[in-house]
Design a binder for this molecule. Structure first.
Ligand code: NAP
Length: 366
């Protein structure tokens, strides 16, 4: 049942952030499902009251039921929605099975304690279910426990491992199907980061351009961010002159003269500080679309969690090599003529399980 609750929770991807995705399944004393729900959008009702409402709508009573919840029910009131523990107690639920304890210090075991104090039996899911439930909310855990976003490195590489041509010349490496996936992924991340070298050579726009109507929700206009240590930042880059493409932030030691006023400048080149600042701005999912230098630096500083490698079947022969990041591929799928490999950083504190991520499963679903 927790697996079912996790699948339900995944329906909130792209709409609940910076909250976690959460699902809840209510099973009656007789063994059948009597109600279910998930957290649908930030500011909206949580999974537990949604499942209790569903239960009532079906004409069922939750008295004596077991609630399977992917995340420990909340018990604090310093947020927009009422706490879920009192709702479960009031409904007469007899047992709660939890996938992941809430890393939020306002909860973190207190929800379990309140449920137990009310005479409700509380169990954790199996180790496999717990790993899946924690992976589901890795971006939320990143924010509340490590004050940084969940970081996905993304790049396109040729069959022989190059990300650009000789002298850094821009090359179109991925096919149109891969580009469509990239735009959909951008649309479900709150921010995109590149290194200044990519700004100088590619002059990218970094907007989420998805078809309308899109098969995937596009709730975010991601923030676009650039980091530079040397400060050689071309202020005429199109990124800085397309305010409607999303807010833009430059991280560099000094504000370059001529940077448009609407572009925010943050005086740092520390990657840890950049991620902390992005988390403070509400970023739970960060997409890094840099070249190899920034990707490798983030990986070396233990500030990157997964990589999406779009691998073309065509060799380039020479050019700039992809970052030497050899995390194991846990998921792989054909995308047009390309192949997408999802690789999880085995040393990340945010790697809990090794199956395909929610993004991979949803964006690759056809
Ligand atoms: N195929 C793809 O998917 C893809 C994607 C993006 C880029 N590219 C290609 O990659 C090439 C650029 O590669 P790149 O590796 O030079 O670009 P990059 O990783 O995007 O940018 C590197 C720059 O980031 C800044 N930076 C800030 N902190 C850093 C740190 N701790 N470590 C390293 N860099 C830091 C520096 O800017 P300053 O020099 O200003 O200090 C550095 O030069 C271009 O040819 C571009 O076309 C390919």
């Amino acid at each position: 049942m927790l697996e079912r609750a996790i699948s339900l929770a995944m329906s909130g991807r792209g709409r609940v952030e910076p909250n976690p995705m959460v699902g809840c399944v209510l099973v009656g004393p007789g063994g059948g499902i009597i109600g279910e729900g998930f957290h649908e959008r930030v500011g909206g009702p949580h999974a537990e009251p949604t499942a209790l409402d569903d239960c009532a709508r079906r004409g069922n009573s939750a008295r004596g039921a077991t609630a399977y919840v992917t995340l420990e029910p909340c018990c604090h009131t310093n947020k927009r929605t009422p706490p879920c523990v009192p709702a479960l107690i009031a409904a007469g639920v007899a047992r709660v099975v939890i996938g992941c304890l809430d890393p939020n210090p306002d909860v973190d075991g207190k929800g379990v304690a309140q449920l137990k104090a009310a005479g409700i039996a509380v169990d954790m899911g199996s180790p496999t279910e717990q790993a899946s439930a924690c992976q589901l909310i890795a971006p939320f855990i990143a924010r509340v426990r490590y004050s940084r976003p969940y970081v996905t490195l993304k790049w396109a590489e040729s069959a022989d491992g190059f990300i650009s041509g000789v002298g850094g010349a821009r090359r179109q490496i991925s096919g149109p199907e891969s580009m469509a996936i990239v735009h959909a992924l951008r649309a479900r991340c709150e921010a995109i980061l590149i290194g200044a070298s990519t700004l100088r050579s590619d002059n990218p726009l970094l907007t989420a351009r998805t078809p309308n109507p899109t098969p995937h929700p596009t709730p975010h206009t991601p923030l676009r961010a650039v980091v530079s240590r040397g400060g050689d930042v071309p202020t005429d880059s199109q990124l800085f002159h397309t305010p409607r493409g999303g807010p833009t932030v430059l991280y560099s030691p000094a504000r370059p003269p001529g940077l448009p006023e609407h572009v925010e400048h943050v005086p740092t080149d520390s990657l840890a500080d950049v991620l902390t600042d992005l988390a403070r701005r509400g970023t739970t999912n960060l997409l890094v679309e840099s070249g190899g230098a920034l990707a490798l630096a983030l990986a070396r500083e233990s500030l990157a969690d997964r990589a999406w490698r779009f691998i073309s079947p065509t060799p380039i022969g020479s050019g700039t090599r992809a970052a030497a990041i050899d995390w194991p591929a846990h998921a792989s799928a054909a995308v047009g003529v390309d192949r997408l490999r999802e690789c999880l950083n085995p040393n990340s504190p945010l790697t809990f399980e090794t199956s395909a991520s929610v993004d991979f499963r949803q964006l690759l679903a056809r």
